[in-house]
Design a protein around this ligand. Structure first.
Ligand code: SF4
Length: 378
């Protein structure tokens, strides 16, 4: 029996794997075995053959950013003629359009715009909640850190509490990239340390909010740095569970690969196999996170289908806008009908869910027409 077999057997039996074991998996090319183990672990969390997705919209409210990540093709520097901040009316219209197609979630994300005061966010959230019944799964840790900076002396906890009180329901885990400072210094020096990212998440969990965690591979990080990323997410979730905070903490984990086109960073595009391997290893390592999202927006629908056999139980969001990824040259258009089709082709039953991963509607009748279909716009 090879040591890879032993590591996988241990993981499937419910025993935690170490950073060293995790590195061994990255060094191995036995991807199918890892996928099989990841699938068995996924089935423990989700025994039914259902793959969920959420109908949501990504609203990129501003592209002005003073963090200048080297891999980002979306941002414009403060003062740029191409910089924008969407008007409140435009944002409201996008939310209404989302509700019109039975959407339940708004993923508002933008640059870290130094010209927006903290009251911009709290007022906007209040106005949104006054008008709409929609879940705000918005603002990644880098934006929260910027809000703290412009807030005039509020603590991180006070910032997150005020946002939560104004209507922020959940935090997306964007900007984790690789949670290790050597890589972060190389690719996004001004974005803060891995500890900053985790502090935002742990603070949100402590006050009862839930969130997601992400990972992006392909920046030249070592296998050990990838393993440390996973360990830090697992530890963050352990902390939440051990303290009995009133939240599921990290509800989901989402990984994808760096897309080098149109960015200031050269790099080799990661293969679909590298994505699937990372996905399987993540599912194996992160025994305390229930949901794994497929990244079909970045990896394409076919790899998306395969990912459902490598540990994913969720097909992410049928996003209407995805400017950050599409600015780097990768946009895969998928509407609700094709989302259903892809999930079925993978041998699963599609179902819509909300941001808490509670199932809303199971599409178990293959002949039923989709009443509210829509086509993505970019
Ligand atoms: S990835 Fe986010 S924080 Fe980095 S430059 Fe782009 S918009 Fe700014």
């Amino acid at each position: 029996m090879s040591s890879i077999d032993h590591i996988l057997e241990q993981a499937v039996a419910g025993n935690r794997i170490s950073v060293e074991d995790c590195v061994r998996l990255y060094e191995s090319d036995q991807i199918e075995k890892m996928g099989h183990a990841a699938n068995l672990i996924m089935l423990k969390h989700h025994p039914d053959p259902i793959t969920t997705f959420v109908i949501g919209r990504n609203v990129n409210y501003t592209n002005i950013c003073d963090v200048y990540c080297r891999f980002c093709a979306f941002y414009r520097a403060p003062g740029s003629k191409e910089g924008y901040v969407l008007s409140d009316e435009t944002i409201f219209q996008k939310i209404q359009e989302t509700l019109d197609v039975r959407g339940t979630e708004i993923l508002m994300q933008g640059g870290t715009n130094p010209d927006l005061p903290f009251t911009y966010y709290t007022n906007l959230l209040r106005e949104i909640k006054k008008r709409f019944n929609i879940t705000m799964h918005s603002f990644s840790p880098a934006e929260i850190m910027k809000m703290k900076e412009v807030s005039g002396g509020l603590t991180l906890e006070e910032v997150i509490r005020e946002l939560h009180a104004a209507g922020l329901d959940s935090l997306p885990g964007g900007g984790a990239e690789i949670l290790d400072d050597r890589t972060r210094r190389k690719i996004s020096r001004l974005k803060g340390s891995w500890r900053d990212w985790m502090d935002v998440m742990e603070t949100a969990h402590r006050i009862g909010m839930h969130s997601t965690a992400t990972m992006v591979i392909g920046f030249g990080e070592t296998f050990e740095e990838r393993a440390l990323h996973l360990l830090r997410v697992r530890d963050g979730q352990d902390l939440c569970i051990a303290n009995g905070w009133n939240t599921p903490g990290f509800l989901a984990f989402i990984s994808w690969t760096f897309q080098p086109d149109n960015t200031n960073m050269k790099g080799e595009k990661q293969t679909p196999e590298a994505y699937l391997k990372n996905l399987a290893i993540s599912r194996i390592m992160l025994d305390n996170i229930p949901n794994f999202q497929s990244s079909w927006v970045t990896m394409g629908p076919e790899v998306g289908k395969q990912s459902l056999h490598y540990g994913c139980n969720d097909f992410g969001s049928t996003m209407i806008e995805e400017n950050v990824v599409s600015a780097a040259g990768t946009t895969h258009k998928v509407n609700i009908s094709s989302t259903l089709q892809l999930i079925r082709e993978a041998g699963k039953i599609p179902a819509t869910r909300n941001t808490k991963y509670e199932i809303l509607h199971v599409f178990d009748d293959v002949n039923a027409k989709v009443e509210h279909d829509f086509v993505m716009q970019n």
